[in-house]
Ligand binder design. Structure first.
Ligand code: NOJ
Length: 969
C-alpha cells in the first residue's frame, strides 16, 4: 500500500506490516464459517459424514463416455439441487465442477475461461462404470483410477490401488446456496444414508450455516476497518477439503512470504495461525515469514512424496483461504474456503513433478518466451526524475563498465500521475531520451498503473469515461471513485471486451486514430503494470470494494483475483501489436493469477532491505515457478531501507540467479546504483552482473524449455531428485533449467563458506575453480567457499554449459559474440547440454527461425572422447513443439533467416573438466588443433580435489553447424 510521505517516514522506524489493515480469518465471515465447519467435523471425528450425496439414478454419462453429470443434494437443504460434472481429459487430468441448479442467483462460472488456454480435450480412452454406490473409470495409459462415491459424495484419484488425492474425504464440502435475506431456514432432521446410518452428526440447522454455537458470523453485511461490505447477494461461499494421502509435502499456492515446503496452518503445532490467504492485496511492509495474502494468487498445489507428485488446480477467482495440515508426516490435508463462485477443480495426476508442471501448462498455458533483453539486468528506482538523470545514470554505468539492459521510469514522469503524459519540465524530450538509451541496444520500461485520474482534461480518463469502460460502483451505474496516486481515480473494466481494443489503441505510436494515443513513445519502450491488485488507498483492505460491478453485472467479489491479470493481458496485447508483424511484449505485473505466465514477468513487490527478506525471496520465487510464474524475481537491494554494501552485494548475487533480475528502491532510500559503491563492492557487483550476461545463453535456453513444456526455469531440488526425501524441503539451492548449474546464493552476513547438498554419486565442479566435489548415492553435504566475492555455483557432472564471455555494455551487443562451452564430465566421462537461440524479439521462431543445438561429450572405454554438436530439430524429427502443440515444422532444410544471420558465430573455447587421463591429440575433421591440459590437483580428501582441465582454444567450429571434436588418448 502507498501512504503519503509523512506517514511513510513515521512508519520507517517500525518497518512492520500493519496487520490491522487486513482481515484475519476470524474477521472474515465466510472464512470463519468455513473454519467452524472444519472444527465441528473434527470434534465429531469419526462420526462426521458429509451431508452431500449423489443421486445415483441421475447419473448421465456422455455419449463419448469421457464425462458424466449427476445431481447432488445436501441433507441439510434437500430442496436445493446441485449439478456435478466430471470430465476426463486426454492427458490424464480430471475436472470436477459443481454448481447450484436453478438457484436464486447465478454463481460466477467464468474463472476457468480466463485461466485456461482452451477447453481441454476430452479423453477417448476412458469409460465410466457405474454401480449402486459409485462411478469410476481407469485411465488405460496411466493406470490412474478416478472414483466418485455417491453417499456421502467423495471423489478420489488413485494409483496402483492407493488413493493419492481425495476431495471431500473429510466431509467439509459445503456450497452455500443463494437465499433470500429473511428466508427462514428449514429445520431438517438428520438424513439417513443408503446404509441406513445416520448421515449427519450436525444438529438440524436453525439458521443457515448453523454450525456456530456462539455468535453467527455476519452473512449479509460485514464491516471491517470502518468500511461495510453490504453483500447484496448474501452468503455464497464454497468450502472444500482436499487430502493427499501418502504425500507429506505441499508446494505452490503463491503468493506468500513463506518456505517452499508449505508450513502448516492448522492442526498440532501449526506454524501459522491463519489459513494461507489468496486475495490480491497491496500489503505495505509485508512480513518475511507469513501466511498473509500478497499481490498475486495461484490456487494450485503440488503434493509430493517419494513415490509420486500430484497436483490440484482449483479454478477460483474470489477470495480464498487455504488451511494446510500434515496429520501424519506422510500425509497432507487442505481445506479451501472461497467466498463465491462455482466449484471447478482440476486433478493433475503427475506422477512426476515435471508431469504435473506439464499438465498444468497444458491447461493454463506455458510461460511466454520473453524478449531476450528481459533476461539481462534491469536498473530501476523510484524515481529517475528527469531525462538528464536517465542519461547520467546510463553514462555512469558505461564509465564503470557495468552492463545493463533496461532503465526504468517510475511514476514521477507523469504529471499528476496521468500515465502516458510526460512532465514537460523534467522529460522535455522523451523520444530523444529513448533513442539515446537505445543507441547502446538498451530499452526503457515506463510505469502505467491501472488507476486513471478523474479529470476530464486527461484524455485517457475522458475517453474511457465517454465509452463507458469504467468499473461501476455497487449501484451498477456511474463510475466507481477511489483514491490512488492521482487522488480521485477510476479503473478501466478489463472484463469488458470493448476495453481491450481501446487500450491497445492508446499504445499506437504512429498514425492518428482520432483519439489520444502515445506518440511520445518508441518501440524500445516497455511497460510496468503496478498497483493492479488493484491497490485503492481508501478502499477496504486497500483494494476495491467487493460490491463494485464489472462487465456482465458480476461483483468485484467474484473476480477480484483475476482482475490484475486482465490488465497485464491488455497491456501485453497492446505492446505486442504496436508493430506489424507483432513483437514479443515485455510487461511486468505485480498482481497475478493462473494464466499470467502467458503474459510476462512478475516481481515479489515491496520487500524490505533486510537479510530475512533477501532469504525469503528465494523460496517465494521458487514457489511462483512451481505455480507457473517462472519469470519472477525480487527487488534487488530490498525496496525499503538502505542496505549496507555487504547486503547489497549479496543481494546482487541473489538477483543474478533469479529469472527476473532488477534492482529497485523506494523513493526515500539513498541512491544505490552499483557504480556508487566503493571497492571492493563495486567490482564484485560488476563481476556478478557480467556473470549473468555470460550465462544468458543458459537462461534463454531454460526459458525456451519452460515456454515449451511449462517446467520452471528455476528447478527446486525435489523436482530434479523426486525420490530423495532429503531434498524435499530444500529451498535455498536450486538448478537453472536443465543446464546442470546448481546455485545456492548467500543470504546472511559474514559468511565464508556454505553447505550444498548433492543427491547423487556424481562429481560436481565449482564453476569458477573447477574444484571437484564428489556426491554420494545416499546424498551428502559439501562445503563450498562463499566469501563475499564467491558465489556458490556448481556444475553438475554430465552437463555442458554454453556461455558468452566478452563483457559488453548490453546484451544486444553480444548477439554475434562467440561461445565458450564448459563440459563437466560425469563419473563415466559423459556430458550433454543444449543451446537455444533466436532473434530475441519477434515471433519468427514459431516459424522455425531459430538455432537449437544439442551438445554431447561421450567417451567409450579406452576410446576417444567425442564432442559433438547436433541440430535439435533433426533430433526431434523436425518437430517444433510449442505449448504442447506442434506448431510449424522446422529443420535444416527449412528457411531459417536467424540461422543465416548468425552463421559466422564461432565456438571460441571448449573447456573439458574431469577427464581421467591426459589426451594425446585433439582434432576436428581429421585436422589437429591446439589444446592444453592441466592436471588435477591431488584431493585433500576422497570427496574433493581439482578437476583436470582440457582447454581447446578456437576449435574453428560454428555454433549453427553440426560438428565433432575428437580427443584421443
Ligand atoms: C509500488 C510498487 O510496488 C513499487 O515498486 C513502486 O516503486 C511504487 N509503487 C511507486 O510506483
Amino acid at each position: 500500500m502507498w501512504l503519503p510521505l509523512a506517514l511513510v517516514l513515521l512508519a520507517a522506524d517500525a518497518l512492520a506490516v500493519k496487520r490491522h489493515d487486513f482481515k484475519t480469518c476470524e474477521q472474515s465471515g465466510f472464512c470463519k464459517r468455513g473454519r467452524a465447519l472444519a472444527a465441528r467435523a473434527k470434534a465429531a471425528s469419526s462420526t462426521w459424514k458429509s451431508p452431500y450425496s449423489v443421486d445415483a439414478s441421475s447419473v448421465a454419462i456422455s455419449a463419448q463416455k469421457s464425462s458424466f453429470t449427476a445431481s447432488v443434494v445436501s441433507s441439510l437443504y434437500p430442496e436445493i439441487k446441485f449439478e456435478l460434472e466430471v470430465r476426463a481429459h486426454d492427458d490424464g487430468t480430471f475436472r470436477v465442477r459443481m454448481d447450484e441448479v436453478d438457484g436464486l442467483r447465478k454463481r460466477y462460472d467464468e474463472t476457468a475461461k480466463w485461466a485456461l488456454i482452451r477447453e481441454p480435450t476430452l479423453s477417448d480412452a476412458i469409460s465410466w462404470k457405474q454401480t449402486k454406490k459409485e462411478i469410476k473409470a481407469t485411465n488405460p495409459k496411466s493406470g490412474v483410477e478416478f472414483r466418485v462415491q455417491f453417499a456421502p459424495l467423495r471423489i478420489a484419484l488413485s494409483r496402483n490401488g492407493k488413493e493419492e488425492v481425495v476431495l471431500n474425504g473429510n466431509g467439509l464440502l459445503h456450497m452455500e446456496h443463494f437465499r433470500l435475506k429473511d428466508e427462514p431456514s428449514p429445520e431438517q432432521p438428520p438424513v439417513e444414508n443408503q446404509e441406513g446410518e445416520e448421515q449427519v452428526v450436525m444438529e438440524p440447522p436453525v439458521k443457515p450455516n448453523a454450525w456456530f454455537e456462539g455468535d453467527q458470523p455476519p452473512q449479509w453485511e460485514e464491516s471491517f476497518g470502518g468500511q461495510t461490505d453490504t453483500k447484496p447477494k448474501g452468503p455464497e461461499s464454497l468450502s472444500l477439503d482436499i487430502s493427499f494421502p501418502g504425500h507429506g509435502h505441499l508446494y505452490g499456492l503463491p503468493e506468500h512470504a513463506t518456505r517452499m515446503d508449505l508450513p502448516t496452518t492448522t492442526g498440532e503445532n501449526a506454524k501459522y495461525k491463519d489459513p494461507y490467504r489468496l486475495y490480491n492485496l497491496d500489503v505495505f511492509e509485508y512480513e518475511a515469514d507469513s501466511e498473509m495474502a500478497l499481490y498475486g494468487a495461484v490456487p494450485l498445489v503440488h503434493a509430493h512424496s517419494t513415490h509420486s507428485t500430484v497436483g490440484v488446480f482449483n479454478a477460483i477467482g474470489s477470495e480464498t483461504w487455504v488451511d494446510v495440515d500434515h496429520p501424519t508426516s506422510d500425509s497432507t490435508e487442505t481445506h479451501w474456503i472461497s467466498e463465491s463462485g462455482i466449484m471447478d477443480v482440476f486433478f493433475l495426476p503427475g506422477p512426476t513433478p515435471d508431469d504435473v508442471f506439464m499438465q498444468y501448462a497444458r491447461l493454463t498455458g506455458t510461460p511466454a518466451l520473453p524478449r531476450h533483453f528481459a533476461l539481462a539486468y534491469h536498473q530501476c528506482r523510484w524515481n529517475y526524475i528527469s531525462s538528464t538523470d536517465v542519461r547520467e545514470v546510463q553514462a555512469r554505468f558505461d564509465q564503470d563498465d557495468i552492463p545493463f539492459d533496461v532503465l526504468w521510469l517510475d511514476i514521477a514522469y507523469a504529471p499528476n500521475h496521468k500515465y502516458f503524459i510526460w512532465d514537460e519540465k523534467t522529460f522535455p524530450d522523451p523520444v530523444d531520451m529513448f533513442n539515446d538509451v537505445a543507441a547502446f541496444g538498451r530499452k526503457m520500461v515506463v510505469i502505467i498503473d491501472p488507476h486513471l485520474k478523474k479529470d476530464t482534461t486527461y484524455p485517457v480518463y475522458k475517453s474511457a469515461s465517454e465509452k463507458g469502460l469504467l468499473v461501476k460502483p455497487a449501484s451498477g451505474s456511474g463510475e466507481y471513485d477511489g483514491w490512488c496516486w492521482p487522488g480521485s481515480s477510476a479503473w478501466v473494466d478489463y472484463f469488458n471486451p470493448a476495453s481491450w481494443d481501446w487500450w491497445q489503441g492508446l499504445f499506437k505510436i504512429e498514425g492518428n486514430n482520432g483519439d489520444f494515443h502515445w506518440r511520445q513513445s518508441t518501440t524500445d519502450v516497455f511497460i510496468w503494470n503496478d498497483m493492479n491488485e488493484p491497490s485503492v488507498f481508501n478502499g477496504p483492505e486497500i483494494t476495491m470494494p467487493k460490491t463494485n460491478i464489472h462487465h456482465g453485472g458480476w461483483e468485484h467479489r467474484d473476480v477480484h483475483n483475476i482482475n490484475g491479470m486482465l490488465f497485464q493481458n491488455a497491456t501485453a496485447q497492446a505492446v505486442m501489436h504496436r508493430t506489424d508483424p507483432p513483437q514479443r511484449p515485455f510487461v511486468l505485473s505485480r498482481a497475478f493469477f493462473p494464466g499470467s505466465q502467458r503474459l510476462g514477468a512478475i516481481w515479489t513487490g515491496d520487500n524490505l532491505g533486510t537479510w530475512e527478506h533477501m532469504a525469503i525471496g528465494i523460496p517465494m520465487v521458487l514457489s511462483n515457478g512451481i505455480a507457473g510464474m517462472t519469470f519472477s524475481g525480487a527487488d534487488v537491494g530490498g525496496f525499503f531501507g538502505n542496505p549496507d554494501p555487504e547486503m547489497l552485494t549479496r543481494w546482487y548475487q541473489v538477483g543474478a540467479f533469479a529469472p527476473f533480475f532488477r534492482a529497485h528502491a523506494h523513493i526515500d532510500t539513498k541512491r544505490r546504483e552499483p557504480y556508487l559503491l566503493d571497492e571492493p563492492f563495486k567490482s564484485i557487483i560488476r563481476d556478478v552482473i557480467r556473470l549473468r550476461y555470460s550465462l544468458l545463453p543458459v537462461w534463454y535456453t531454460a526459458f525456451r524449455q519452460a515456454s515449451v513444456s511449462g517446467i520452471p526455469v528455476l528447478r527446486p531440488q525435489y523436482t530434479v531428485f523426486p525420490h530423495d526425501p532429503k531434498g524435499f524441503s530444500l529451498d535455498e539451492q536450486y538448478y537453472i533449467g536443465s543446464s546442470g548449474l546448481l546455485v545456492k546464493p548467500v543470504t546472511a552476513p559474514g559468511i565464508a563458506e556454505t553447505e550444498i547438498y548433492l543427491a547423487e554419486a556424481q562429481p560436481y565442479y565449482n564453476y569458477f575453480t573447477a574444484k571437484i566435489y564428489r556426491g554420494k548415492r545416499s546424498g551428502t553435504n559439501v562445503t563450498v567457499p562463499a566469501t563475499l566475492y564467491q558465489v556458490p555455483l556448481l556444475i553438475r557432472g554430465g552437463s555442458i554449459i554454453p556461455t558468452r564471455e566478452r563483457p559488453r555494455r548490453s546484451s544486444a551487443l553480444m548477439a554475434r559474440d562467440p561461445f565458450t562451452l564448459r563440459i563437466a564430465l560425469d563419473a563415466s566421462e559423459q556430458a550433454e547440454g543444449e543451446l537455444y537461440l533466436d532473434d530475441g524479439n519477434s515471433y519468427e521462431y514459431e516459424k522455425g527461425h531459430l538455432v537449437w543445438r544439442k551438445f554431447t561429450a561421450s567417451k567409450v572405454a579406452k576410446g576417444p572422447l567425442k564432442i559433438t554438436s547436433e541440430d535439435m530439430a533433426a533430433l526431434q524429427g523436425g518437430k517444433n513443439v510449442v505449448d504442447g502443440v506442434d506448431v510449424v515444422p522446422f529443420g535444416s532444410q527449412a528457411p531459417n533467416a536467424f540461422r543465416d544471420a548468425v552463421q559466422g558465430v564461432r565456438v571460441e573455447n571448449v573447456l573439458v573438466y574431469g577427464l581421467k587421463s591426459r589426451p594425446t591429440k585433439v582434432s576436428v575433421g581429421g585436422a589437429e588443433i591446439e589444446w592444453e591440459f592441466t592436471e588435477g590437483a591431488a584431493a585433500k580428501s576422497s570427496s574433493e580435489g581439482t578437476a583436470t582441465i582440457l582447454r581447446i582454444r578456437d576449435p574453428a567450429v560454428k555454433i549453427v553447424n553440426d560438428w565433432s571434436i575428437e580427443v584421443a588418448f
